[in-house]
Design a protein around this ligand. Structure first.
Ligand code: NAD
Ligand code: MN
Length: 497
């Protein structure tokens, strides 16, 4: 946390130098075409800058450079212990520039400054450090062979990695990809979201300062359908890693099939069930967690607990407890350190969220909290945390990912019905179960088709646990050593002695 006040942050925002150019081979540069796009802050509508709008020409340049850098061995063949040292230095530089990065993140996408500092920046630095620390402790394998043979199973970097990331945790999603990609020796091209390009652009310079060679980490800001598509279709990108919507994830698989069959690893959307049984150990804790699961980060969280499944025998008592708990989550100016709900990322996203609130009304759900745009006079995009009761799982607000602070409460009668409703979704990112019954916790946990399952808490885990989805929430995993699989090829070398 910080001792800086809102006035301090406002002052810093005024004097902040914002880099808006692309970064290729260790240098900032305009897009080849010279084109730019406007970067508008959702905090109050202020113009933050004109950002380089890269396209296919920039993709060509960056991929060529990343390939040459990879082949040179300057990073890819560096001893792991040496890469480790550089990555730890990189993590330290992210921390040292933590306040600057947090401010950029908050101005760019509207999240509370306290979260930017204590969650985004610190977890991002940790992702880089953790991945770096691991690499000189991992061994390859020797196969079980006959006496006169030797079988080696080794891992090699894939080569050129393109990383396309979203705007809800811009720096953190970047570092979830960057950590293991750098650790394993690849050259990377980052395509940040056009809604949140600033922190990715900034850390490219920090990577150079840390000693990561020029050409290993490049950044191409711009739109999905221009530079994103060019990278996804590129014949010399070996691996594409992505976090974003399921719709675009599917498109990227098509691009890979249409081009060079590059490996595609996807972290996509979610509609996660948070299941509260009557025997939950602490209903107050469950209610508070249900509120934070939808209000934290303005609900712009892939694992948001957007479907609250409540056992009908306690529903009349429990829903008012959630309504009470969500009062602690109030939109406010994101530069105020006391604020815990900021602005939605932009007007498009806000209108999308408001249209889902309208759909909730239209489909006959009952509004019990929030429901409106607020603080319109600021020029920013704020929406109250919103709860609908009386939802059934077929309604749009229960089926589609809203990616905003809108909670759907659904009742159930027994364990089997809870599991059936929970799994009745195309997604499978996360799920939570609240119960005092150990067997039930495990049985329901096993039955849930989701990459993360939380028992008697919401959103647990850290860098040591793999993160990713079942079903249309994606494939592959970020975080933990399992993430390294995405950035390496396995080679079997068989030697006759
Ligand atoms: P999005 O899919 O619209 O965009 C993600 C990225 O893809 C952006 O950088 C965008 O520019 C790029 N893109 C768009 N069209 C493209 C194209 N045709 N070719 C190449 N790139 C293209 O998603 P978003 O709105 O930025 O983020 C919200 C989504 O991200 C939600 O669905 C959320 O659930 C998901 N998300 C998932 C996770 C996870 O780990 N599973 C984490 C955070 C967010
Ligand atoms: Mn922005």
């Amino acid at each position: 946390m910080t001792s800086l006040t809102r006035a301090d942050w406002e002052q810093r925002a005024k004097t902040l130098t914002i880099e808006t150019r692309a970064f290729v081979h260790g240098e900032y540069r305009a897009a080849e075409s010279g084109a730019t796009f406007e970067c508008i802050s959702p905090v109050d509508g202020r113009l933050l800058g004109q950002v380089a709008s890269c396209d296919q020409a920039d993709a060509e340049l960056a991929v060529k450079d990343a390939r040459a850098t990879f082949e040179s061995g300057v990073w890819s063949r560096l001893a792991p212990a040496k890469r480790k040292k550089v990555m730890i230095r990189f993590a330290e530089l992210i921390e040292q520039h933590g306040e600057e990065l947090a401010l950029l993140e908050t101005l760019d996408m509207g999240k509370p400054i306290s979260d930017s500092l204590s969650i985004d920046v610190s977890s991002a630095a940790n992702a880089i450090r953790w991945s770096g620390e691991a690499i000189d402790k991992i061994y390859d394998e020797v196969a079980a062979t006959a006496h006169d043979e030797l079988g080696l199973v080794t891992r090699e970097p894939v080569g050129v990695v393109a990383a396309i990331v979203p705007w809800n945790f811009p720096l953190l999603m970047t570092c979830w990809k960057l950590g293991p990609a750098l650790a394993t020796g690849n050259s990377i091209i980052l395509k940040p979201s056009e809604k949140s390009p600033l922190t990715g652009i900034r850390i490219a310079q920090l990577a150079i300062e840390a000693g990561i060679p020029a050409g290993v980490f490049n950044v191409l800001p711009g739109f999905g359908h221009t530079v994103g598509k060019a990278l996804a279709l590129h014949m010399d990108v070996d691996t594409l890693v992505f976090t974003g919507s399921t719709k675009i994830a599917k498109q990227l698989m098509i691009y890979a099939g249409e081009s060079n069959m590059k490996r595609v690893w996807l972290e996509a959307g979610g509609k996660s069930p948070n299941i509260v049984f009557a025997d939950a150990p602490d209903l107050k804790a469950a209610a508070e967690a249900a509120a934070s699961a939808i209000a934290f980060n303005q609900g712009e969280v892939c694992t948001a607990g957007s479907r609250l499944l409540v056992e009908n025998s306690i529903k009349d008592k429990f829903v008012p407890m959630v309504v009470e708990a969500i009062k602690a989550w109030k939109p406010g100016n994101p530069l105020d350190p006391a604020t815990n709900v900021g602005a939605l990322v932009d007007t498009t996203q806000m209108n999308n969220v408001l249209s889902y609130i309208q759909a909730g009304h239209d489909d006959g759900a009952r509004l019990v909290a929030g429901g409106k745009r607020v603080m319109e006079e600021t020029g920013g995009t704020y929406v109250e945390p919103t709860i609908f009761d009386g939802v059934n799982n077929a309604m749009r607000i229960a089926k589609e990912e809203i990616f905003g602070p809108v909670l759907s409460v659904i009742g159930f009668d027994d364990q089997d019905e809870a599991i059936a409703i929970a799994n009745d979704t195309v997604y499978g990112l996360a799920a939570a179960v609240w119960t005092s019954n150990l067997s039930r916790a495990h049985l329901v946990g096993k039955a849930l088709r989701a990459g993360s399952v939380w028992i008697n808490q919401y959103d647990g885990g850290d860098m040591t646990a793999p993160f990713g989805g079942f079903k249309q929430s994606g494939n592959g995993r970020d975080k933990s050593l399992h993430a390294f699989d995405k950035y390496t090829e396995l080679k079997a070398t068989w030697i006759k002695l």
